[in-house]
Design a protein around this ligand. Structure first.
Ligand SMILES: [Zn+2]
Length: 81
């Protein structure tokens, strides 16, 4: 995942993501994404619903992605344990 640069006027952040089910890529606003931060890399992931095929997609989120999503205003859920 990469984040496109927001316009200078500071519009909402947009994230480019791909769907492993229908293999399309698209841009998603912060509202369309969810970030879950667990106690380890295995339990830290982001998820969204593919606008193309409707599948729920979950992908691991590394430190850099977590930072991008958090700064971009994505709703974050911290998992216990
Ligand atoms: Zn899809």
């Amino acid at each position: 995942m990469t984040a496109t640069c927001p316009p200078p006027a500071a519009g909402p952040a947009v994230f480019r993501a791909g769907c492993p089910h229908c293999r399309t890529s698209f841009e998603l606003g912060a509202d369309a994404l969810r970030l879950a931060i667990g106690g380890s890399a295995r339990t830290t992931f982001y998820s969204f619903t593919c606008p193309g095929c409707g599948e729920a997609v979950r992908k691991p989120a590394g430190e850099r992605i977590v930072e991008l999503l958090t700064v971009g205003g994505v709703r974050t859920m911290r998992l216990e344990g």
